[in-house]
Design a protein around this ligand. Sequence first.
Ligand code: AGP
Length: 611
Amino acid sequence: MCGIIGYIGVKPANEVIFDGLTKLEYRGYDSAGIAVVDNGRIHCRKDIGKLRNIRKLLLDEFQSESTIGIGHTRWATHGRPSAFNAHPHGDCHTSLMVAHNGIIENFMALRRQLIEEGHKFVSETDSEVLAHLIEKYYNGDLKKAVLEATKKVEGAYAIAVIHKDHPEEIICARKEAPLLVGLGNGENFVASDVTAILQYTRKVIYLENFEAAVVKRDTVEFFSLESGENIVKESTTVDWNPVAAEKGGFSHFMLKEIFEQPQVIRNTIGGRTSEEEGKIYLEELGLTGPDIFRAQRIVMVACGTAFYAGCVGKYLIEDLVRIPVECDLASEFRYRSPLVDGNTLVIAISQSGETADTLAAVREAKSRGAKVLGIVNAKESSLTREVDGLVYIHAGPEIGVASTKAYIAMLTALTLLALMLGKIRSVISSDFVKEKIRELKVLPQQIEKVLEQKDKIKEIAANYLNYKSFLFLGRGFNYPTALEGALKLKEISYIHAEGYAAGEMKHGPIALIDSEMPVMAIVTQSDLYDKTISNLKEVQARAGKLMAIATEGDTQIRHLTDQVIEVPKVSDIFSPIINVVPLQLFAYFVADLRGLDVDQPRNLAKSVTVE
Ligand code: AGP
């Protein structure tokens, strides 16, 4: 997720843009840049680093008073954080510049074709393709060139485009990534979200998918990217305060990030699947075939939520790849002189890539000859520089301390990895992979159906604010889901909660059950359903308070409880992704209704960089 902004008016563009970028840094902050149209030429400055570290370049020493320009603050997806990968990106002759938020899924094919046609690329990004495509179709009409170029693009984009020969207009366009136009007096704005321009105007027009605009100082003309026809749009007045705006109108970053999860899955998948071939492409995997075939066992090392993602990874890889997988808490692994060697593949999972225990575990594994694969969110984090191979999860910056969208992105990345390894080792067929790719692409809409139940989940949560302890129960793929659901509740509501394998109840925990010990059961349809139901009957018989996550249309569970949150039916391997969403919302509402600081819970840090 990145932030883009454009300005055309009477003020020095770079000042307005720099200020707007500072408000968009929560969307990405590994590099930034500004480009303006200045007397028939493009003036562009960009570099790696947070805005405060490149302020001189973009502001104090910018050397242009131009009043039209675009800017970008980046969260790297394709192409590591660097000056040459920073946006805006130009065409071959720096006649035009593009700032882009999103993922161009067919960028490799477009890049190859444009290079064959003589275009010279200077970055590793997918976004640069847009600049060369617009250049290819430009013949004096910038709007038309953008229209033609976007027709060739698959994937998500929100773009702002300037050209040295068009000092009177910015062209912007949107598909699957947010973009709006801000309306001022004698000045107009383009932005990823309203935070960037609130201090200048509250009058905005939101673009929908396949909509674009020609933004001038005194006029804005909207048009369809599909027909090219002009369209009439209504403006709205935003009454958010700046802080609320950064949360996109949500009360907390955590809730905003829970609701971002459908798009996050699309971003994690973005460009990595070929349904027609039944193949998965993990371009930065960095492990060779022999590395993969030599592995006789896999060890997952991580902490907290990332550890529970690894536990789901165990079920995925043992099911689809048939290699034994162990899950180890990094803080334990690092001190146990672990039994790993050249035949072990260690998979280290970390959102921040800076967790001290996980970094230490990686060093320990490497010192014993193991190959290490990182599943990471933060590009260029310490972990990414210490592993042999990488799978980025593309979750975008996660601000809430309680991890939600990064967890879902980890699960999605682990599913892609398991499908890829299972195919390479001929455990699963191309047809099976094609089917799972199809199901994976439907998941975002299915999660949206769960998110629509937020009010019902809030009502259920309101009944459980004053209990002292909870049990979360699950089986199979959803045993780790129970562990993660318990962690979410305890880390933000400060109520004790424990995740347990449902089959373990009779080996002790059932002694805990009474009217003061609520139970959250994950009992979606699977071949373990009947066994889990019989565990729940034991709970019910002891006056336990029971809530359940169940498959849409399940009537049997209703005999045990009326507090049921229904989720769409998915294959077992995708159940951890869809089933964790109601648990995230349940934890969020219990904590919020208890009046606690959901985004920054007591005693916790977003990244535990110390032991
Ligand atoms: C999860 O909600 C917590 N914030 C915490 O358990 C976190 O998952 C853990 O500290 C690992 O962080 P990492 O993914 O950045 O390594």
